[in-house]
Design a protein around this ligand. Structure first.
Ligand SMILES: [Zn+2]
Ligand SMILES: [Zn+2]
Length: 77
């Protein structure tokens, strides 16, 4: 079977993620998030939910966007 590209685990229930025309293989969602999830431009945490986007930057929540000077943001979740 496929090997996880993050931790190298050879797992028979590994799954594929297709993103931006590339094929990735992971053994767990934790590894997939580690490799693919964007980072909040303010606090640096991984954005696993919807997040908010403004001016090309991603934020984990409206509060972080506000602290970076983006006003009028609302959480969409
Ligand atoms: Zn892994
Ligand atoms: Zn944040």
């Amino acid at each position: 079977m496929s090997k996880c590209e993050v931790c190298g685990n050879d797992y028979d229930k590994a799954f594929e993620v297709h993103m931006g025309g590339e094929r990735h293989v992971f053994d767990s969602f934790e590894c997939a998030i580690h490799a693919l999830a964007p980072h909040c431009a303010h606090c640096g945490c991984r954005i696993v939910g919807h997040g908010v986007e403004s001016g090309g930057s991603m934020y984990c929540c409206a509060n972080c966007a506000e602290q970076e000077g983006v006003s009028g943001m609302k959480d969409r979740v």
